[in-house]
Design a binder for this molecule. Structure first.
Ligand code: SF4
Length: 461
């Protein structure tokens, strides 16, 4: 009998929807149907059924072709290659669980690598602004229950986070927002007439790249000063109207995206946005949130901050302490200056999403892809190691865009013999310890955590 599994998490976008229902075959190897997910999430689950999913690592041969090899051989090659490198770069982690992010940290330490995640090409500028100016944020539940004015600045959730508006931001009826959409005023700030902008009550179609000026104008009006007749292509009266609505609101929620972090000004745009939220809080209650992209891209920020004190761009090559300086220790900058001599791509696709010049530099050195599927990175790699898909055939903890942790389930059995990211990294770490004649202390500590009786036995002795 097929089995319906409820409260499943969707491992795609930062909305991290945890109300998905998945119907699986009685032997728990096939996904038959998916309920509640948007079209992207639906496709992701069904893709796990793909019979062509790789089941063995593949190594590049002298003639350029790829040949399947056993896992122990791939693990040995990865361990030796990383130990031989002076400065490996380990990048990705938007799409895996926190257990994998924790396990890879030991490999990074052991090899003196730079550890970085997709934030480096996404909301990294937001981190820089947060370091400078703080983060007056809240959870998505607060937005759902309280927000009567919702601003989407430089983001298009109708395409990038398809259920965001129905679960958290526009349509849901919350505790203090019983009338749902009827009770909310939606403002979109975007140079394009996006599908989100079409839903908005007010669309400020600013000149592309002029967000900083517009934030400045908003703050100036908010403080009661005059502004020029037109700022960033928007008329003074429209800015005054939007600011008036925000000041009169009971709770203003500002969501921002790549329109702020990828355009001129980057972290300074976000810095201004945070200051605007501060200003607004002298009149009403207001909060701000980065529209984080992948379902667990907030995860590495959390996990690596506990371990190293930094969320991304973590340079461990000094061996004694971690060092972070985006611009110097960020993946694309390191690649463009050809400063790394081994690249490991995990749960992301640098092959598709890095600038081509950066990829060309990375390709001069050993290139390893750890990914459940075939992707651009796996197709240009020297070694491709398949792993299980977190949230589909591997459970784990993920952090939603508001940094709320959610336990994701596995809905089907993993492919036989294919490890999870965590298992793979533990095996590579163990092999690195063998090769360097050191104790795998981290694995011993993990075993003790799983079997606390070991610790009490040690204590008693
Ligand atoms: S909105 Fe995002 S998390 Fe939710 S079902 Fe769609 S892709 Fe998955």
């Amino acid at each position: 009998m097929p089995k319906l599994i409820k409260n499943v998490g969707c491992p795609y976008c930062g909305s991290s929807c945890d109300d998905i229902e998945v119907l699986v075959s009685d032997d728990e190897t096939q996904i038959i149907d998916v309920h509640n997910a948007c079209i992207i999430g639906n496709n992701l689950f069904h893709h796990a059924n793909d019979p062509t999913r790789p089941r063995l690592p593949r190594m590049r041969q002298p003639d350029g072709s790829m040949k399947e090899i056993p896992y122990p051989e791939a693990i040995d090659w990865m361990a030796k290659t990383m130990l031989a490198a002076k400065k490996p770069l380990i990048y990705g982690f938007g799409s895996t669980n926190c257990e994998g992010m924790s396990a890879v940290a030991r490999i990074a330490e052991k090899s003196g690598a730079v550890l970085d995640n997709c934030a480096t090409i996404c909301h990294g500028p937001s981190f820089l602004a947060i370091f400078d100016n703080g983060y007056p944020s809240c959870t998505l539940g607060e937005a759902k229950n309280r927000a009567d004015v919702v601003v989407f600045w430089g983001c298009n959730p109708m395409h990038a986070h398809p259920r965001h508006t129905s679960r958290y931001s526009i349509f849901p009826r919350g505790y203090f927002t019983q009338k749902g959409q009827m009770q909310r005023t939606v403002i979109s700030v975007d140079p394009r007439q996006t599908d989100t902008a079409k839903l908005a009550d007010i669309h400020l179609m600013l000149d592309q790249g002029h967000d900083y000026e517009l934030f400045d104008a908003f703050r100036t009006v908010m403080r009661g000063y005059d502004i020029p007749d037109v700022v960033a292509g928007i008329k003074k009266e429209t800015i005054q109207e939007a600011v008036g609505i925000m000041k009169k609101a009971r709770f203003v929620m500002i969501f921002f995206g790549m329109g702020c972090t990828h355009s001129d000004g980057r972290n300074h745009n976000v810095d201004h946005a945070i200051s605007m939220v501060r200003d607004l809080n002298t009149f009403t209650k207001a909060s701000i949130m980065a529209m984080r992209g992948h379902y667990n891209i907030a995860g590495p920020g959390q996990v690596w901050s506990w371990i190293f004190g930094f969320p991304y761009c973590i340079d461990l090559s000094k061996g004694t302490h971690a060092h972070m300086n985006p611009g110097e220790t960020s993946s694309v900058d390191l690649a463009m200056r050809d400063e790394v001599d081994c690249f490991v791509n995990v749960g992301a696709d640098a092959g598709a999403h890095f600038p081509i010049q950066a990829v060309q530099h990375l390709k001069k050195h050993p290139f390893i892809a750890v990914d459940p599927n075939f992707c651009m990175a796996s197709e240009i790699a020297d070694l491709h190691i398949p792993v299980r898909i977190a949230g589909v055939d591997e459970p784990g903890v993920v952090y939603r865009m508001d940094n709320v942790p959610i336990q994701f389930k596995a809905v089907i059995k993993g492919l036989p013999g294919v490890p999870s990211d965590e298992e793979l990294f533990d095996m590579v770490y163990e092999r690195m310890c063998e090769l360097t004649n050191t104790q795998p202390i981290w694995l011993a500590a993990k075993e003790d955590r799983k079997h606390p009786s070991n610790i009490s036995a040690v204590n008693e002795a």
